[in-house]
Design a protein around this ligand. Structure first.
Ligand SMILES: *[C@@H]1O[C@H](CO)[C@@H](O)[C@H](O)[C@H]1NC(C)=O
Ligand SMILES: *[C@@H]1O[C@H](CO)[C@@H](O)[C@H](O)[C@H]1NC(C)=O
Length: 199
């Protein structure tokens, strides 16, 4: 999502020297209440290598187990080489193989996530999540809410594919920003529904 925000110019396109206010404005401008991200913004700043503790580079967030987490839907685990900046086609392909319909229901998204996490656990002896499965659950909640209904999910498969594979928001394909912005309560409600789906 950060890459997509940068690719549209909500964040500096260079991905460099991002401060908290810039990130809050970027989120507010595209569908999210920045208040929901206060903790994540502090974590992002904690990865800073800019020499200014008030700013960070997008690449800094690759530091393991802070923002970056194992079991990502589109990135390989740190254990296997630690490239969380680029999509891993095999991993994303496995996740995407669950999305055989035009839309992705909460149940389908939850099962795709569980399958990915199970696979990561099997292949990564050091598998861990910085705060339980929250990062992974939030990732699924974000795409369901952005590209589907904020309450019921059913994200458009094509929009989700574009977001992950091309790191852009599918404006030209019809995506419109969520207004009012999505709040922390809504995100938590969606995470609850995703968690409730068993394998
Ligand atoms: C550090 O970054 C902040 C936020 O962009 C900026 O206001 C401040 O001037 C910077 N400090 C230095 C020493 O460059
Ligand atoms: C498939 O998508 C259609 C809408 O495109 C929806 O009505 C239907 O419930 C979906 N089926 C499943 C199994 O998700």
């Amino acid at each position: 999502m950060l890459n997509s925000l940068a690719n549209h110019g909500y964040l500096p396109r260079t991905g460099q020297d991002i401060d908290a206010e810039t990130l809050r404005n970027a989120l507010q401008s595209n569908s999210f209440d920045p208040g929901a991200f206060s903790d994540i913004i502090l974590l992002a700043l904690s990865t800073s290598t800019t020499g200014n503790s008030s700013t960070f580079n997008l690449a800094d967030t690759a530091k393991h187990n802070i923002i970056e987490h194992d079991g990502s839907l589109s990135r390989d685990d740190f254990f296997h080489g630690g490239n969380d900046l680029n999509l891993n086609p095999a991993i994303w392909g496995q996740v995407f193989s669950h999305f055989s319909n035009d839309t992705i229901s909460i149940e389908t998204a939850a099962k795709a996530r569980l399958d990915r996490v199970a696979n990561a656990k099997e292949t990564n002896p050091e598998y861990s999540q910085p705060s339980g499965d929250t990062g992974s659950l939030a990732e699924t909640a974000f795409y369901l809410m952005l590209f589907g209904d904020r309450v019921d999910g059913n994200a458009r498969t094509e929009w989700v594919r574009i977001f992950f594979e091309q790191e852009r928001f599918p404006f030209t394909e019809g995506y419109t920003k969520k207004e009012p912005v999505i709040t922390i309560d809504e995100i938590e409600a969606m995470i609850g529904k995703i968690s409730a789906v068993a394998e």
